[in-house]
Design a protein around this ligand. Structure first.
Ligand code: TGC
Ligand code: FAD
Length: 392
């Protein structure tokens, strides 16, 4: 793979909207990605392996629990810092950002928000340091966009719960130490349970042959009469709103992360357009190539503004779930379109692993699908503006 020469586009001087701390956090993550992710990520993706060697680095840049309080091992940062870290990591690879998103927003967040003090003390510091990696089990083979229909269930056996069912498409599953699993009780009410590797009847087979997110490990979570201790139930929130609350945090991170992937594709295509000569000129001199670049930087700038404003609202507690959906949908769509255009600008070279664009392009096919598909987010916006529910 080519050396990482990335220079971040900032067409509207958005750095002026950031605090000194934001810039320090962002720059530390950016440097780490250049030094520790870019040199190894192409090979990891080609081999379809999650590069476990980077777990310690992810913890060091604060990517595991950026906004979780320091007393639990988190970085104690604000929402914009969290977004900037996700942007920089996904600039390297969406699969690496997935691992960080799941750990932070889908495992640490529910334990912090819905767990009790013993659970916070037991799990959060180990997750923040990367000693333990977690996964989040919501999706099932027959219930993806409609998680409320889940059939995974548990029964109260007096001194423990008995968990049965299966989750599918679970990031980090093959090597997670714990899984936050959403399951129905005997009354059909959804609860979160912390399932630990080693519990009898719990297995995590890997999903192979993915063409997307190859540097992220995906798998199933299978529960065959798993005895879960009663103290592993998250006591402070139940119902579908509990997992959906975690998704608000993860979707927010993705809205920022997708900008990173788009920036990397744009920056690569811009540089290539000045170096590649055809018909005696750099291809960047042709109007058709300039149109692509001009549209890319316009869309990136709009997405940056959307993410920044959402970050401010998220920080002051006013961002709605529908506003988060809009940003996730818009920014991932923006990134996938830019990846496609940028790939074409590199001609044949664009399909090789010499450049990052094709990997981003394939990764973004997962990003536009998980955490709510493109169409589901459109329907969430539709519901919000009309008051009419397309899901019922
Ligand atoms: P609905 O009846 O609308 O809502 C049920 C209850 O939930 C509340 N609620 C929310 N609460 C918090 N945050 C949100 N975003 C919420 N959205 C809804 C709602 O108020 C209600 O509460 P209550 O108290 O009245 O019961 O639910 P529905 O069954 O009609 O479904 C709505 C729908 C389709 C929007 C939702 O289910 C959905 O978002 N579907 C998409 C599924 C999804 O995003 N799955 C993601 C799985 S995890 C994943 O992909 C991780 S990938 C990570 C990585 O690798 O980076
Ligand atoms: P389906 O729900 O079957 O949807 C198929 C199509 O139908 C989509 O185009 C969808 O938009 C459309 N559709 C569905 N309902 C409607 C409707 N009402 N109106 C219009 N169109 C509709 N899940 C987890 O729980 N944890 C994870 O860690 C996780 N990681 C993932 C990692 C990867 C790489 C991938 C690919 C997925 C992951 N997921 C995870 C699952 C992901 O959230 C689901 O794939 C996603 O929510 C869509 O569900 P589905 O694949 O079952 O598609």
């Amino acid at each position: 793979m080519k050396p990482d020469l990335f220079e971040a586009p900032d067409y509207y001087n958005l750095d002026e909207l950031l605090s000194e701390e934001h810039k320090l956090v962002r720059d530390a993550a950016r440097e780490w990605v250049k030094r520790d992710v870019s040199p190894i990520i192409e090979e990891a993706a080609q081999k379809a392996e999650f590069p476990k060697s980077i777990i310690g680095g992810l913890a060091e840049i604060g990517a595991f629990g950026p906004y979780i309080p320091e007393e639990y091992g988190g970085a104690g940062l604000d929402q914009i810092s969290y977004g900037l870290i996700m942007q920089e990591i996904e600039r390297g690879d969406s699969g690496v950002r997935s691992t960080a998103s799941v750990q932070s927003s889908l495992v640490m967040y529910p334990i912090w928000k819905y767990g009790n003090e013993e659970q916070r003390q037991k799990y959060l510091p180990k997750l923040a340091s990367g000693e333990w990696i977690g996964s989040f089990g919501l999706t099932e083979p027959d219930h993806g966009s409609n998680p409320g229909g889940m059939t995974t269930n548990f029964k109260d056996m007096g001194d423990h719960y008995l968990l049965n069912g299966a989750k599918m498409w679970i990031s980090n599953a093959p090597f997670c130490q714990i899984a936050v699993v959403w399951a129905k009780d005997e009354n059909g009410r959804i609860h979160g349970l912390i399932v630990e590797r080693g519990m009898e009847g719990f297995s995590t087979p890997e999903t192979h042959n993915k063409w997307s997110l190859r540097a992220s490990a995906t798998g199933e979570l299978i529960f065959d009469n798993v005895k879960v201790p009663k103290e592993n139930l998250l006591p402070n929130k139940s119902g579908l709103g509990a997992p959906l609350g975690c998704l608000d945090s993860a979707r927010f991170g993705i809205a920022w992360g997708a900008i990173g992937a788009a920036m990397d594709c744009y920056d690569t295509a811009l540089r290539y357009s000045k170096e590649r000569i055809q018909f005696g000129k750099p291809i960047g001199q042709f109007q058709l190539q300039q149109k692509k670049l001009a549209e890319m930087i316009t869309e990136i700038t709009k997405a940056q503004l959307l993410a920044w404003r959402l970050g401010v609202m998220r920080e002051n507690g006013t961002a709605t779930s529908a506003q988060i959906s809009m940003a996730k949908r818009n920014n991932v769509d923006m990134a996938i379109n830019i990846a496609r255009e940028a790939r074409q600008m590199l001609g044949g070279m664009g399909i090789t692993g010499e450049y990052s664009i094709m990997r981003h392009s394939m990764n973004l096919e997962s990003v536009i699908t998980y955490e709510g598909t493109h169409d589901i987010h459109l329907l969430i916006t539709g519901l919000d503006v009309t008051g009419l529910n397309a899901f019922k």
